[in-house]
Design a binder for this molecule. Structure first.
Ligand code: GLU
Length: 494
């Protein structure tokens, strides 16, 4: 059997370090067994998927040296590798399941689904919705069909009993059918859900081993059943441990930057980031901390993955990065590295139009632009003393701006400005007062050039990270109660 592994990221938001982590183990496993590693884009969620995000996935994985043999941008014999281009294939396969009686059209409305759930609960029945709950009388189905009412296609799922899932690392995992719902396969807009598309594609793309994050374990029973319904062999499953924040919670951007672009922008080396991700739950036979991708591939054994949730600790990553910088780079190489990272002509040409207006001598440039080549700025609560806002306003400005900017798809000066101006108006604040804390969070001072230009130049990841950092410097870890209140106030704005 040829080993074929894949990652299947959804192009929504920033490219996540968790994607690189899973990619690394898929690549290592495939190479170890003389196989291929491929990239598929799972973009069936049309409202959340973007081309920018897809491009960022390609760029950031390539930057890290995680190359794929087949994918949307390089082609291959099993394409297309973008799910949005495979609609006919899913429709055809969904029809097969309908014809064989493994799936059914469901005309239930969202209100009816809520009522059904409440009714099960009231009867003390603790299980997911099944065909027997969802079934409508034949004449009602005919009526809704005649009215052209929206429907979804769902799969039949056993009402009770146990299901066994084999996992390469975890052995046999037993799960309860009662908790598995009659999963939607085709949505009312005709798009497939993750489950249908993922199974059909893994089969048609001849994926032999599925290595993915442990958050997908609960989906495995549905997938197993779909493979049975189609009469296909299921790939070998392997659920990797989730990366965690130092407090053991699931790695989240609220506590740790999670975007690969942030690490790039911060000046981490791809070699070190890759090395660190390889250390997440995996170790070299001699337990050494520092090793290259080639070293890893030589010694790779999936059974050396340990399941305790690996902690992604930026301080440790910094330490490792320091080792790489000092031990593997000559001064010449370091000079090249710095130049291509930030001190290149393209970057200067982007920054200079803003700096030029404020320069009298060339030496004015470094203080004006140093915040663009920095990591987190040396802020303290006193840095915000000159802001004319009280504590609640300060919190609202920084937190709400962060939330709005997290939802911004196009990271360009004018879009950033429009977003912030609207927020200032909604908060009833003068733009000048509103922008002051943002200036300090982003540039460390209010006397920098336009904060919108600064954010544009810094990019979304570093800009958002600095806003989060400022919130942390000012207010520490905001408690759950306060967080809820902020969220409520935020929703009330719109
Ligand atoms: N699209 C899923 C994701 O975003 C893929 C999960 C899988 O590998 O099956 O992670």
């Amino acid at each position: 059997m040829t080993v074929r592994t894949r990652i299947a990221p959804s192009p929504t938001g920033d490219p996540h370090v968790g994607t690189a982590y899973v990619a690394l183990f898929n690549l290592a496993f495939a190479k170890k067994h003389g196989g291929e590693f491929i990239l598929r884009i799972e973009d069936t969620d049309l409202t959340r998927s973007t081309k920018e995000s897809e491009q960022a996935i390609f760029d950031s994985l390539r930057w890290m040296g995680l190359d794929w043999a087949e994918g949307p941008d390089v082609g291959g014999p099993y394409g297309p590798y973008r799910q949005s281009e495979r609609g006919d294939i899913y429709a055809e396969h969904c029809q097969i399941l309908l014809d064989r009686g493994h799936a059914f059209k469901c005309y239930r409305t969202p209100e009816e689904l809520d009522e059904l759930r409440v009714s099960l609960k009231e009867q003390g029945i603790n299980r997911a919705l099944k065909f027997c709950d969802l079934e409508l009388p034949a004449d009602e189905v005919a009526k809704r069909e005649a009215q052209g009412a929206p429907f979804v296609v769902r799969m039949h799922v056993p009402v009770d009993g146990r299901v066994e899932i084999d996992d390469m690392l975890r052995g046999v995992i037993e799960l309860d059918w009662a908790l598995v719902d009659a999963q939607i396969l085709l949505k009312s807009d005709g798009m497939p859900t993750y489950h249908l598309a993922n199974v059909v594609d893994d089969h048609l793309m001849q994926i032999s081993h599925v290595l993915r994050g442990e958050e997908w374990i609960n989906s495995a029973p549905k997938h197993k059943l779909l493979y049975q319904y189609f009469g296909w062999d299921m790939p070998v499953l392997c659920h990797l441990p989730l990366l965690r924040n130092p407090d053991k919670s699931k790695l989240s951007k609220r506590k740790n930057p999670t975007s690969i672009l942030y690490y790039q922008r911060m000046g981490f080396l791809p070699e070190a980031l890759l090395n660190y991700l390889a250390r997440m739950g995996w170790s070299m036979p001699d337990e050494r901390e520092k090793f290259s991708l080639d070293d890893m591939l030589t010694h790779f054994d999936i059974q050396r993955v340990s399941l305790g949730g690996p902690i992604f600790d930026i301080e440790k990553l910094r330490w490792l990065n320091g080792l790489w910088l000092r031990e593997d780079f000559s001064i010449e190489q370091l000079a090249d590295c710095l130049q291509s990272w930030a001190f290149n002509r393209d970057n200067l040409i982007k920054v200079l139009p803003h700096a030029q207006q404020r320069m009298e001598v060339l030496s004015d440039f470094a203080p004006l632009a140093s915040f663009l080549a920095s990591g987190m700025l040396p802020l303290t609560p006193a840095s915000f003393a000159e802001c004319k806002l009280d504590e609640d306003q300060l919190k609202a400005v920084l937190q709400f701006s962060l939330w709005r900017l997290e939802g911004l798809r196009q990271w360009q000066r004018d879009d950033i400005f429009a977003t912030l101006k609207l927020l200032a108006d909604q908060l009833g604040l003068k733009l000048r007062d509103f922008l002051a804390p943002l200036f300090i969070a982003i540039a460390g001072t209010t006397s920098s050039f336009s904060v919108m230009d600064a954010m544009d130049l810094l990019g979304p990841d570093m800009s958002r990270a600095r806003l989060r950092y400022a919130l942390n410097v000012l207010f520490g870890d905001i408690g759950k109660k306060q967080q809820k209140r902020l969220e409520k106030d935020y929703e009330a704005l719109a």
